[in-house]
Design a protein around this ligand. Structure first.
Ligand code: SF4
Length: 443
């Protein structure tokens, strides 16, 4: 995109993001690059010149949501001059087939081609473009250019891609093999954020624990130690960890490092060793539970969350019960649970589905209700306690309350007489639900 001259209206962009934190961070990078070229945000798709849809292909449901959004945008698109870009994992997966299916799409841009977006749009704004090439090289994005909505908590990408090939997962096909960001660039970005007053950083990647500095070979624990030593940043989180790559050394660094939150998202996917084997997860139920036990010995206050898939091909009633019993044993503070859906190109998509749709649905609802009960029990244990909270803004549901996260990444909504957005506060918890804690700032 060319810088627009002073007498020309700036290009108005509207970005819709599906999926995980990686996608959110990618949207921040895309927005930053385009704003740097003179674009402005549009409050609605109707008022924009360019609609960018950043997509997720991990589950069938997220793809369905994309097509439903595209259906709504088709009529807006008829307005002269409006362009639609589909970017991210669905773009990478379907490439030209996406335009064959929805001819009103103008640009199809894969996750390894965002840096070219501004040029693609500048050079070919009138042509349809498909850019889905791969490179094993790390392409650095200038961090001052990343457009972050929050001025309190920031994502920092440390690696991209995945080498694991879990049998149900499309990520290695849409994001490619692992590539690691040079450590000095990560440190440079975190220092920059600290200088801007950010209080928290979340280190991001599909498989962060396999991180290795391309220059020195230093691994994730070394990175965590270095980030911990940066003045200004108070809390460090990271996501996503694979149980296979999460080592005791990393747990020890979490315990030693003052700023590493005692919080970990460790996706288990199933509580049954035979299902885990079929998923190619490379750990057993027992090995997972052993890691949890070591973590809890080191950090008794650690807050754990996980991902669960129900209805994987071959999952029996007994396997499913083992997943429920794992939830009971670990007592996660939060879970993300899904019905299995076959994804193109994956090994599991070649397996015969053995759990009927209604059964998957029933298992998912039952599992979510069970977890809801466990979470409520856990949250009740906070009643009367005073906890440290980073205030991130106002509560969306009740603007009379402030909202933030505690060290365990639980949502805390609270009353405060002062505006405490961007500050750490002590909150006394006096009520709770399964998904949040509620309280008041202590004097
Ligand atoms: S670790 Fe497995 S589930 Fe996670 S991104 Fe890689 S292949 Fe997908």
């Amino acid at each position: 995109m060319e810088k627009r001259s002073e007498n020309k209206e700036p290009l108005k962009i509207y970005i819709h993001t599906f999926g995980c934190q990686m996608n959110e961070n990618d949207s921040e990078r895309i927005a930053g690059a385009l704003i740097d070229q003179g674009a402005e945000f549009s409050p609605s798709p109707e008022e924009s010149d360019l609609i960018i849809i950043n997509t997720c292909a991990v589950r069938e449901k997220s793809e369905e949501k994309l097509y439903s959004l595209l259906g709504r945008l088709e009529s807006i698109k008829k307005r002269k001059g409006l362009k639609i870009a589909v970017v991210g994992c669905v773009a990478q997966l379907y490439r030209s087939r996406l335009i064959e299916k929805k001819p009103f799409i103008d640009f199809v841009i894969g996750p390894d081609n965002y840096r070219e977006m501004k040029h693609i749009i500048a050079d070919h704004f009138k042509e349809k473009i498909i850019a889905t090439s791969w490179s094993q090289e790390w392409h650095e994005v200038s961090h001052p250019q990343i457009f972050r909505e929050s001025h309190i908590s920031a994502y920092v990408t440390i690696m991209e891609g995945c080498n694991n090939f879990c049998s149900y997962c499309i990520v290695p096909f849409t994001r490619g093999r692992e590539k690691y960001r040079p450590m000095e660039n990560i440190i440079g970005e975190v220092k920059y954020l600290a200088g801007k007053g950010y209080k928290e950083t979340q280190l991001l990647g599909q498989n962060v624990n396999s991180y290795k500095d391309p220059e020195t070979g230093m691994g994730f624990s070394g990175l965590l130690r270095k980030v911990n030593s940066i003045d200004g940043i108070e809390w460090i989180r990271f996501v996503t960890s694979h149980p296979k790559n999460f080592t005791i050394d990393i747990a020890k660094v979490m315990k030693e490092s003052r700023k590493a939150c005692h919080q970990l998202h460790l996706p288990v996917q199933s509580g049954s060793s035979s299902v885990l084997k079929a998923m190619n997860r490379e750990y057993t139920r027992e090995e997972y539970l052993e890691k949890i036990s070591i973590l809890r010995d080191l950090m008794p206050d650690i807050s754990l969350s996980t991902d669960i898939i129900v209805g994987f091909p071959g999952e029996t009633g007994k396997d499913y019960q083992e997943t429920l019993s794992l939830l009971e044993k670990v007592r996660f503070s939060n879970i993300f649970s899904f019905r299995y859906s076959p994804r193109p190109l994956t090994a599991a998509s070649l397996k015969k589905e053995t759990v009927p749709f209604d059964q998957k649905k029933k298992r998912l609802i039952e599992l979510q209700n069970y977890q809801k009960k466990l979470q409520l029990e856990l949250n009740k244990s906070f009643l009367g306690r005073v906890i440290k909270v980073l205030c991130l803004g106002k509560s969306k549901k009740d603007p009379s309350l402030y909202s933030g996260r505690n060290e365990g990444y639980q949502v805390v909504n609270f009353k405060s007489e002062d505006n405490v957005i961007g500050h750490f506060v002590d909150v006394r918890i006096d009520s709770c639900g399964p998904y949040s804690l509620i309280g008041e700032v202590t004097q």
